[in-house]
Design a protein around this ligand. Sequence first.
Ligand code: C2E
Ligand code: CA
Ligand code: CA
Ligand code: CA
Length: 279
Amino acid sequence: KKQESMRHYMVFSDSLQARLHKETRVENGLHRALLNDEFELHYQPIVSLDDYSIHGVEALIRWRLPDGNLLMPDDFIEEANRVGLIGDLGLWVLESACKQLRQWLDHGIQLSMSINVSPRHLRQAGFEEIVKEVVQKYQIPAGCLMLELTEEVFVDSGIASLYALTEIRKAGVGIAIDDFGTGYSSMRYLKSLPIDRIKIDRCFVSAHSDDSLSDPMITQAIVFLAEGLGLDLVAEGVETSSQALELAKQGCHKGQGYLFSKPQPQDVIFEMLKQKKLL
Ligand code: C2E
Ligand code: CA
Ligand code: CA
Ligand code: CA
């Protein structure tokens, strides 16, 4: 008996050590990566479900390691948060996305750019001032930039965050609630929040088992909610044409997902943007 628990302990401790080792690597690496400019943004189109024209893109961060490997945000965002680098990373994203948006606008491409903002970054003092400065610097027109935030921001961030969001909207930057339906949003909050868009979480849209909507009751309810509150609506995780069709029938007219395109590097998305239409 004792031997067995000893063995379990060693297995546990081995994997813990491996994890700790990986975490320190990631932490040291994050500092280096910021200095060496190892991050890149990939872009996924946000598409009209009526005619498949491209309405905008969402910028999604990736980390290009010196050995050429690509790390996905789930591999390092949490760590960046833990070691206090999420603000620096967020600034890099904001700046890079706006710089890119300016280039595309200069090419005569009309589109909106969505970026993800972590709750901790939003809560940093002066966040709204920095957003305003970057918008000024790149002359981003009103309605062309949108910040995506998860529901937790609206539930427990308090008055300072609400003030920041209100200021940001005054500068012509939109606010979206990301992963809607998975957090703790209460209807009461929703009505008074300074927001422009809801993004239906992909768990209600696609399931691996089926081509149709994974939760049509929920998506329909969110459509009614968005209509009632006068909010723009985007469905995430659209993977099949029957999901796109069902959503449009329910009254959701924008979608994002592998059906249209995976997130793409800048040169690939530029070609798609010039075509304007997908499929
Ligand atoms: P998110 O904001 O919900 O982004 C959507 C994620 O779903 C992306 O994963 C995207 O590649 C994936 N996706 C898109 N369409 C489909 C689909 O049809 N099916 C499926 N199964 N997945 C789809 P990604 O790029 O790995 O990003 C994961 C999360 O990391 C994001 O979720 C976001 O929360 C976070 N993230 C990404 N970029 C940033 C960033 O620049 N800053 C911060 N703070 N967080 C970021
Ligand atoms: Ca997002
Ligand atoms: Ca999402
Ligand atoms: Ca998510």
